[in-house]
Design a protein. Structure first.
Length: 310
């Protein structure tokens, strides 16, 4: 009888666990949030309004021009590759590389917007700042700015040391961390009280110096790049829901894949953990009930056997 009870419990566990696991298991939807100290960030524009940024105290030049001081709101065209760079505590440098035939527009607030059709390069220039009225001979400081990131992005690139007597090209990813999270599994047929699509934390990764981070697909990153006065280079605060990331270390042509395996979902997903507990409860209740029935039937059979004896 005990063997029969064990077989019944195994069947119950299999009937409950296998379908739920089959429906639940898939590659978890990742949510990656990064805070990265880097000299280089680039992205492709997929939304003009979300990629627009304000400049003040910048010298702006198209290819082949000397450049002029400009202030205003710059709205890039779709498909433009925007690169933010800064080496040490030097000026912020921005490059716009637009597709042929596209137009980037700088609204200077005077009703006469400037239109750019070639490669645009700009950099902070102290000579473009207004003189201070309270301190003659000095100019105003660069105001804090944040530059948007909205589209497929690349953070850091191959390390390039200084060449000759010129300053190094912005390239180095200095340090940073990525918080890897995933969305909990929740089927439409489950009640809201049982599960939700809330994120749960998986792990935190530390990025090696001089590495490069990008997505193998054109997944969207969103966030900002800004100057922290207490640090060199730039700070990129970004998020993406890409299913995986490629991390390139210096000297290694192959990428290291950052993703969430199914095993993590089995052990970390709060919904799957609830399913495991539910199965344990069902098996425990069924086992207890089967044991009680076995005991009751056994006692009755013993009692009836005793009455039949002369």
């Amino acid at each position: 009888m005990e063997l029969a009870i064990g077989g019944v419990l195994l069947v119950i566990a299999a009937v409950v666990y296998i379908p739920l696991t089959w429906f639940a298991l898939h590659r978890p939807d990742m949510l990656l949030t990064a805070d990265i100290h880097t000299e280089h960030i680039s992205f492709s524009v997929i939304d003009r309004e979300k990629a627009a940024f304000f400049i003040r105290g910048f010298r702006v030049a198209e290819r082949g021009e000397a450049g002029a001081c400009e202030d205003g709101l710059l709205t890039p065209s779709l498909g433009t590759s925007i690169t933010y760079g800064r080496v040490g505590d030097g000026p912020v440098e921005i490059t716009l590389n637009s597709p042929p035939g596209s137009v980037d527009v700088l609204d200077r607030g005077d009703g006469n917007p400037r239109k750019y059709t070639n490669l645009v390069e700009m950099a902070q220039d102290e000579s473009c700042l207004e003189p201070r009225a309270d301190l003659p001979g000095l100019r105003a400081e660069f105001s804090p700015m944040r530059f948007p990131i909205w589209g497929p992005a690349q953070i850091g690139k191959e390390f390039r040391p200084s060449a000759g007597f010129g300053p190094p090209e912005p390239s180095l990813l200095i340090d940073g961390k990525i918080d890897v999270s995933a969305h909990a599994w929740c089927a439409s047929w489950l009640t809201r009280g049982f599960c939700s699509r809330s994120p749960y934390e998986v792990r935190t990764l530390t990025l090696p110096v001089a590495s490069r981070l990008e997505t193998p697909t054109r997944a969207t990153w969103w966030g900002v790049a800004y100057v922290d006065r207490g640090k060199t280079a730039l700070i990129a605060a970004v998020t993406t829901e890409a299913p995986e990331l490629n991390l390139y270390r210096p000297g290694r042509p192959e990428a290291e894949l950052i993703s969430i395996p199914t095993l993590v979902q089995l052990t970390e997903d709060p919904t799957i953990i609830r399913v495991h507990l539910l199965i344990l409860v069902v098996v425990a209740v069924a086992g207890t009930a089967a044991w009680l029935v076995d005991r009751i039937l056994g006692d009755r059979s013993e009692g009836s056997g005793a009455h039949k004896q002369p």
